[in-house]
Design a protein around this ligand. Structure first.
Ligand SMILES: [Zn+2]
Length: 684
């Protein structure tokens, strides 16, 4: 572990913050907090915190001794002074005399003593920081430290590795009891430079920011050196099939298997983030991997991300890929069954009312390939993968010096179901399309871009496919929610396939297709150039068929149903003069939509069409509107609102119709007309 302290950088930050009225101590607290937070082997997604003890003045000018401690929700790597809320020390210190303090009361006490009531909640480890006398206190869940403490009998090993200058605190869940126990260990020997917390992590402290930081890096290096010098030979490797199936082949099966059924054909789906490297694969290929995974998480707060630990599945044999779906499903069923038993056994131990979280795995280890992080959003899926990488580091180290023996699942349970965490989850309501992936062709056009934005606003991740890659990327960026753009000529089956492969590579699969791309060619049907009609069929019919075929292939692998949505246009039911080249393939596409509804309804795959007309878009440009309205002798406004409602219909209205069909999960083989009312084009 490299010591990243740099005098120039530290002094520059001090000078910059001085201009904003932030004192030297707090500025340096920010500086080393960022240094620690930027290294995943030390701090990962909330697994660590820091503090400093300074003076602060309140609104009426009174000066207080305060603890500035990391606030919840702040990422240490990019923390600002306001991410270290100031809590009055007097009240915190008095709390040490109490016999007990509930988690809710602890939070209330901390909030009641904030200098700024608008601050985020101070860390759950605030009292531990307060009870230690040092001005600066640093805390991390270093993977090297975890290699030493995740052992069955870690106390003698901790003494051997770190010597007398580090205190040893047995495992206690974070909160009031741990804070008191840690303070007692310190009081027994105030000469220690830090504390090793069994099955949890490390605290170091000092009189200034640099001393506390230097000690953190020093003791992490002591642990790293010990692991390197005492490593026994690695466990044997498992035998792998001669030919492995690719991640793209198994991703949809896996994504389907980890979707939580809500009953009656409905699912809470997840996004899958595939991650691999030589180091990941080397570790996952161990013959012992299923056993390691079963033992649990390397530090208890990881349970918030990957539950009781990863799920290991067998390596996928490319020659038996047809059987692999059942293999995955049996492993997911076993994981979920174990999780339910874990919940029921531990929940029964007291009278606390808890709601079981979904029992699905959040991290899947696949020998030969790598790992998949799963989450309700891409962000959560990536966090699960990040956690997986650090779990591997800690387990590798623990197995190198002994035997990985993390916290028992019984001790893990109170942390995963901590009332403070459960309250946070309850406030985190999913959106209607959270966990779903929508692929939109013609995604950079007016209707496609409006649809991508609306679906992303409703929780979906959009794959915006367009002939113009740059415009696709731009529409995806405007849609937000980590949507992606893909450039493709979708009349080329290989490029269409590549767009779906990209959706699998980034999100793990596809749940909704909006087959929207189209273009209009004019000419009287009897005199139409054959090549032109065939060209129109390529885009206005065959591209829809090829998109739907790809979507259905993936949806069947997932086994969680899906939605096919076709933009069929008014021309499919109400031909306009000289518009046959457009209308004939569109009519075929309307029929196509019904054929898919018929053939795949039994698999929960719904197929519906949206029949839109007179929308400002690439098909109906402002110049065309000007010329057509001019030819008819009406104003542009009257031309665009020439319908029963007398209102212009927009791309936004069409997007709403697609969204309706994505959500209407008992509707299939339907056509929704979005044209402001045109009785001649009304379906009967
Ligand atoms: Zn901690």
């Amino acid at each position: 572990m490299k010591n990243l302290w740099n005098d120039d950088a530290a002094e520059k930050l001090v000078a910059d913050y001085a201009k904003k009225g932030v004192g030297r101590d707090l500025a340096l607290r920010v500086y080393t907090t960022r240094l620690l937070g930027g290294v995943p082997q030390l701090v990962l997604h909330g697994g660590g915190n820091t503090s400093c003890k300074i003076k602060a003045t309140d609104l009426v000018g009174d000066e207080w001794d305060v603890l500035c401690v990391k606030g919840s929700g702040w990422d240490m790597a990019v923390i600002e002074p306001q991410g270290l809320p100031a809590v009055k020390m007097g009240a915190l210190l008095k709390a040490r005399k109490l016999d007990r303090l509930s988690d809710e009361d602890m939070v209330a006490l901390q909030r009641a003593n904030l200098i700024d009531p608008a601050s985020p909640n101070p860390s759950v480890e605030t009292l531990l920081h307060a009870f230690l006398p040092h001005k600066f206190v640093d805390h991390t869940h270093s993977t090297a430290i975890l290699a030493i403490v995740d052992q069955e009998d870690s106390k003698p090993l901790v003494a051997k590795v770190f010597g007398a200058k580090m205190g040893y605190v047995p495992y206690i869940m974070p909160g009031f009891d741990l804070a008191k126990a840690a303070a007692d260990v310190f009081d027994a020997d105030p000469a220690v430079e830090g504390l090793i917390l069994d099955k949890h992590g490390i605290f170091t402290f000092g009189d200034d920011a640099r001393q506390a930081y230097d000690r953190m890096i020093h003791y992490v290096n002591v642990a790293e050196d010990y692991v390197a010098k005492h490593a026994k030979p690695k466990a044997a490797k498992a035998a792998l099939p001669a030919r492995l199936a690719s991640p793209a082949v198994i991703a949809p099966m896996l994504r389907g298997a980890v979707a939580a059924p809500r009953g009656e054909g409905r699912f809470d789906r997840m996004i899958s983030d595939f991650r691999t490297s030589d180091a990941i694969v080397d570790f996952i290929n161990s013959a012992e991997i299923a056993d390691y995974a079963q033992r649990g998480v390397s530090t208890p707060d990881l349970s918030i991300r990957i539950k009781t630990g990863p799920m290991a599945v067998p390596a996928p044999d490319a020659d038996k890929v047809g059987d692999y779906k059942a293999v995955i499903e049996s492993h997911v069923d076993a994981f979920a069954k174990d999780y339910r038993a874990y919940f029921e056994t531990n929940d029964a131990l007291d009278d606390v009312k808890r709601t079981m979280l979904d029992p699905m795995p959040r991290l899947t280890l696949v020998p030969g390939l790598g790992m998949f992080g799963h989450g309700r959003t891409l962000k959560d899926a990536k966090i699960a993968s990040d956690v997986g990488e650090m779990w591997i580091e800690a387990v590798r180290g623990a197995e190198a010096v002994g035997r990985f023996h993390p916290l028992s699942k019984a001790d893990l349970f109170p942390l995963e179901y901590w009332s403070l965490e459960q309250a946070k989850l309850a406030s985190n309501k999913p959106k209607p399309l959270t966990g779903q992936v929508v692929l939109i062709t013609g995604g950079a056009g007016a209707i496609g871009a409006a649809t991508a934005k609306l679906f992303a606003d409703n929780g979906a991740h959009a794959v915006v496919v367009d002939l113009d890659a740059e415009k696709a990327a731009d529409a995806a960026r405007k849609a937000g929610n980590n949507s992606i753009g893909v450039g493709a000529d979708i009349t080329d089956p290989a490029q269409m396939r590549a767009a779906f492969d990209k959706a699998i590579a980034v999100f793990g699969g596809v749940d909704i297709l909006v087959s929207n791309a189209g273009a209009a060619w004019e000419g009287r049907i009897g005199e139409l150039d054959d090549a032109l009609l065939r060209k129109s069929f390529e885009l206005n019919f065959f591209a829809h068929q090829s998109a739907a075929q790809n979507a259905v292939r993936i949806m069947l692998e997932q086994g969680t149903g899906g939605a096919l949505l076709f933009n069929t246009s008014k021309q499919a039911v109400n031909p306009g003069p000289k518009f046959g080249a457009y209308g004939v393939p569109k009519a075929a596409t309307l029929f196509l939509s019904r054929q898919y509804a018929l053939d795949y309804g039994a698999h929960g795959i719904r197929s519906n069409a949206v029949n839109a007309d007179r929308i400002r878009s690439g098909l109906l440009t402002d110049a065309m509107i000007a010329s057509r309205s001019g030819a008819r002798g009406v104003s542009e406004k009257d031309y665009m609102s020439g319908n029963l409602l007398g209102q212009e219909v927009t791309a936004q209205d069409v997007a709403q119709a697609f969204l309706h069909h994505a959500l209407a999960d008992r509707t299939t083989a339907d056509v929704t007309t979005v044209d402001g009312g045109n009785i001649a084009a009304a379906l009967r």
